[in-house]
Write a protein that binds this ligand. Structure first.
Ligand SMILES: [Zn+2]
Length: 1010
């Protein structure tokens, strides 16, 4: 605590000193008339006078007929019952643009569902007119290489430039206040003549994206309007936000898989903005969570983390001065993960900021709100806490949002020289990073066995605007020597030597030369955006004894491990002298057909393009080799494709497009089975679709087609097998029982359906009533589907669902208590590489694990007895620990009375079948129906790849991917989630393999004798 207090004092001193530069106080210019009617409503809709500030307790009247938000909303911003659609918000912004030379509206892209995203720039006429030349100057500060790192030139540029402060609203759709707050804010910035606001306008370009999650906004407004139309009915929660994910849309700033992330990232970088300030609404009344709490992200510049404190504490100070209660900084949010939208700025030399203001859970009604004690307690960082019980309105929320942003803008304008200098300095230090703290570069070798995964990783770098180079000749650099214990990790896909290098042991060991072939990719750290590359490609370590005991989000994300591809962290600065060429445009591995022969061969390497190809040529004959083989001097792994029935020219075109190497050759002599383009359904509940959305995204990206069904459809279809070969049931909301039960059936039906009052609800999934779950009929239908030869894939809580309802035999699930694992990457080991699920998958890949879940397996019905436990310990008795006990008054036992030695059973093994079990084998699972463990977690020593692992003894060595035969079909169970946030591409293959081999999953299986 004491260290926190020190930070506060230092920051306040800074803040006070800096603020002295401008003495204009917040408040209206008495010479400017106010819009009386609008102002009256502001006061009427604000529930207490202290929820207003002098910055927003009036609306200035425009002398040149600039329209107020009323023109579109039909009432003022924050009026009860009024939530404008995105299109209405845009219409208003464009009315502003038409009426004021101080406003410019630009399209920044489209959403997955084709809706527009915009950015609105507001500044004085002079700044707006000079925007392009200003951007050119900021561009030089953003890339100091362009001015040869000349500090004097940078000072001249800083003096001539004005900063860009980017504000984004409603990425989280049930947090509904920002669009109206930002409409009114744009108006104020354009019209208000008060010295305080004029100062902002004259010194900063305010850039506004009023709606980030546009698809979700329109759905949320639909739901709210439905609720207004039927006030006596219960209303549905917002089960879909964007097309793919809900709340996780604010966890995509690493993988950049969603359009909204890509569009905001591009706008931020292209406008050369200094700040990205994202508005959220889930904490009373204004929590500036930018300062957050430890641990801080370990890859950002300390100059930035100081800026968080300066701006944050100034915010609290100024709003306290304005008399608004409940404004605070610091608190529960740790600043470790770079996945949040705002972190686009943090990892690109700007300043990330985030507000939580207080919303009414998606409603625009004025409601009485009762707060919990921990929200209203006075703490060292919350001296004026929120009130226990108040009426709260959307207008209150809008007052806080606007006041906070205006205070921030004024502070930023007042200190613009400092922040622009820092912007330059951070950019310069990101370039110097290669030679100061290192690494100098990351190298992705040209001979990686997974070129497709490598290309996907490079695409992420490109989306992050990271420069990529390619070596034009082979080169050699010094890397830490492999060997010793590090050898145990050599099976890993990613390069683990960098991690080993940090241990005291390896520091003693010297370095060795490593050669990389020509064509290897080099991601140099002497570039402005080196920090995001380093943050994504590096390893993460969260100490189990960290003072922060509740990590806010994932603790590990190492992209090369998640993609199961190689990247070597190189400290040796000579790597910067390697001759390279710049890599631009679409990166596709070399592909196409070579050779001649009857069949086409493709090596199995678990690249996702293999599944894409299978579906692109649905009618072609694809076979998989059940053993490895050689052809033309090349070794083909188990699972390699042998393709017939497709014209060579067509295959060549597809293989070039997908980056797959195909060889025409004679048919090899090897055992094969058919690889089919299985008919797939992805099944969702009506409780939560948040996490399964990442699966849909992955399938769409891989162009693997699927039907999208709900548990309700499964409950109505007694012949699912007629339609589908594979049903995927990704992690769903609720527990096993609630998947069956659904929501309570009392009160009224809750439709999720397009209607005149809800036109935007869905193009994806609809129902007349969200309440019913899978039901008993659905349970029976799913079981019949599997027994008739279908394959059901489950993950995390849906695996528990399959166990709970007795679909599977011999498997139980273990969920560690406490925070043993929080979104970490853990090392796996292949247990059965003959299983088609593992085709092409290398040993020791990293698995994403949200909470350390694992399985136990056994040979009897209840299962889960598993192995482990070690040798039996002797009981209390005479002698030493190694002695045998001796019964007094009786001779020592002869050997025939002794138990035979117990075989060692490992935690991933089924355990021996004893004579006792066979005598009347009611509970003994027949050998061909026993669970088949495909992957397990590695030994404890190697278990942690990245993130937090606290203990882990109950996770190590346990099964994590298990194939359970159920009569003619299978249930393939993942204890973890193999498809997550676009950073686990290395484990997608386990799912795609399951699909393509759905009717041959028993291939290579060795059955127990008894
Ligand atoms: Zn939020």
């Amino acid at each position: 605590m004491s260290s926190h207090r020190l930070v506060v004092c230092a920051s306040l001193l800074l803040a006070a000193a800096a603020h002295a530069a401008d003495d204009s106080r917040p408040g209206r210019d008495p010479a400017q008339p106010v819009d009386e009617a609008y102002t009256r409503k502001i006061r009427a809709y604000t529930t207490e006078p202290f929820f207003l500030s002098p910055l927003v307790d009036y609306l200035p009247a425009s002398s040149s007929n600039v329209p107020t938000p009323q023109a579109v909303i039909g009432d003022i911003a924050g009026a009860p019952g009024k939530l404008p659609y995105a299109a209405d918000v845009y219409r208003y912004m464009r009315m502003l643009e038409a009426a004021s030379p101080r406003v410019k509206v630009r399209t920044i892209g489209k959403t997955e569902e084709g809706r527009e995203m915009i950015a609105v720039a507001v500044a004085s006429e002079r700044l707006i007119a000079a925007m392009d030349e200003n951007r050119a100057r900021l561009g030089k500060l953003a890339d100091p290489r362009t001015i040869s790192m000349d500090d004097a030139e940078a000072d001249r540029l800083v003096a001539a430039s004005f900063p860009v402060y980017y504000v984004t609203g409603t990425i989280h759709s049930p947090e509904t206040g920002a669009p109206t707050a930002l409409m009114e804010l744009a108006y104020r910035l354009a019209v208000d003549e008060s010295p305080y606001v004029r100062y902002i306008r004259d010194h900063v370009v305010t850039l506004i994206t009023p709606v980030v999650e546009v698809d979700g906004r329109d759905r949320q407004v639909d739901i709210f309007n439905w609720h207004m139309k039927y006030p006596d009915r219960t209303w549905p929660g917002l089960i879909y936000w964007g097309k793919y994910v809900a709340h996780d849309n604010n966890r995509d700033a690493m993988g950049v898989t969603l359009k909204l992330t890509e569009n905001v990232l591009n706008a931020y970088v292209d406008w050369k903005a200094q700040v990205l300030h994202d508005l959220h609404e889930s904490v009373p009344y204004l929590y500036d969570n930018t300062i957050g709490d430890g641990p801080y992200n370990a890859w950002v510049d300390p100059l930035l983390t100081n800026e968080w404190h300066m701006i944050g504490w100034n915010n609290v100070q100024e709003m306290t001065r304005l008399g608004m209660p409940g404004v605070f900084a610091f608190g529960a949010f740790d600043t470790w993960s770079p996945g949040y939208l705002m972190f686009i700025a943090a990892t690109h030399n700007g300043i990330s900021r985030l507000y939580e203001t207080f919303g009414n859970g998606g409603s625009a009604e004025t409601l009485e709100r009762t707060l919990a004690e921990n929200q209203t307690s006075r703490t060292w960082y919350r001296q004026n806490p929120p009130l226990p019980r108040v009426k709260w309105s959307l207008r209150n929320n809008n007052n806080y949002e606007q006041t906070g942003v205006l205070v921030s803008l004024n502070y930023f304008a007042t200190n613009k020289k400092l922040f622009l200098q820092n912007f330059y300095e951070k950019s310069k230090r990101s370039i110097l990073k290669a030679k100061v703290e290192g690494p100098a570069a990351y190298v992705l070798p040209a001979n990686d066995s997974r070129p497709g995964a490598q290309a996907e990783l490079l695409k992420v770098m490109q989306k992050q605007r990271v420069e990529i180079s390619r070596a034009t000749a082979a080169f050699t650099v010094q890397v830490p020597r492999r060997g010793g214990q590090a050898g145990n990790r050599a099976g890993g896909q990613g390069d683990t030597t960098a991690r080993r290098d940090s241990s005291a042991q390896s520091r003693v060991a010297s370095h060795e030369s490593r050669q990389f072939p020509a064509g290897s990719y080099i991601i140099r750290m002497d570039q402005p955006y080196s920090r995001i590359a380093d943050a994504l490609l590096d390893y993460q370590y969260w100490a189990p004894n960290d003072p922060q005991t509740n990590p806010y989000d994932d603790t590990g994300w190492t992209f090369p491990e998640g993609f199961a591809t190689q990247a070597t962290r190189v400290m040796d600065a000579t790597v910067l002298n390697v001759p390279v060429e710049a890599v631009t445009g679409r990166i596709v591995p070399a592909g196409g057909v070579t050779g001649s022969g009857d069949v086409f061969l493709i090596n199995a390497n678990a690249d996702n393009a293999l599944a894409t190809l299978r579906y692109r040529f649905r009618s072609a004959d694809f076979q998989a080799a059940e053993e490895s083989f050689e052809s033309g001097g090349q070794r083909y792994a188990r699972g390699s494709f042998i393709i017939k029935g497709v014209p060579q020219a067509d295959l060549d075109r597809a293989a070039r497009d997908l980056g797959l190497k195909v060889t025409a050759a004679a048919a090899p002599n090897v055992k094969t089975h058919a690889v089919r383009a299985a008919r797939i359904a992805i099944m969702h509940t009506w409780i939560s679709t948040q996490t399964e959305g990442w699966w849909r995204l992955a399938f769409d990206q891989a162009q693997v087609p699927f039907d999208y069904i709900s548990t309700q459809e499964a409950s109505r279809d007694a012949n699912l097998r007629a339609k589908y070969d594979v049903i995927l049931f990704p992690p769903a909301g609720g527990n096993a029982q609630s998947i069956v039960q659904g929501m309570p059936m009392w009160r009224n039906p809750m439709p999720w359906k397009n209607s005149p009052e809800t036109p935007n609800i869905s193009t994806l999934a609809q129902t007349d009533d969200m309440r019913p779950g899978l039901g008993w009929s659905g349970l029976a239908n799913l079981e019949a589907f599997v027994k008739e030869g279908g394959v059901l894939v489950t993950s995390e809580n849906t695996s528990q669902f399959a166990i709970t309802f007795g679909y599977t035999s011999g498997v139980t699930m273990n969920t560690p208590t406490g925070n043993a694992v929080v979104g970490s990457f853990l090392r796996s080991r292949l247990v059965d590489d003959a299983s088609p699920i593992a085709y092409g998958v290398k040993d020791s890949i990293a698995l994403y694990s949200s909470g350390g879940e694992s399985f136990s397996v056994g040979t009897s019905r209840g299962g889960g007895r598993g192995g482990g436990g070690g040798p039996a310990q002797r009981a209390t008795g005479r002698g030493t620990p190694d002695d045998a006990d001796a019964v007094q008054g009786r001779p020592a036992l002869e050997d025939r009375f002794q138990l035979p030695p117990r075989p060692t059973v490992q935690p991933w093994q089924l355990g021996p079948v004893t004579d006792d079990m066979l005598r009347n084998a009611t509970q003994l699972i027949p050998p061909e129906q026993r669970p088949r463990v495909v992957l397990r977690f590695s030994d404890q020593r190697d278990l942690l790849v990245s993130g937090l692992l606290n203990g882990g003894g109950t996770i190590a060595q346990r099964p994590v991917v298990v194939d359970v035969p159920v009569e003619r079909g299978h249930i393939v169970m993942f204890a973890n989630n193999p498809v997550w946030r676009g950073y686990t591409l290395g484990t997608y293959a386990l799912v795609f393999n399951t699909i393509m081999h759905f009717d041959n999953l028993n291939a290579g299986r060795k059955l127990d004798e008894k």
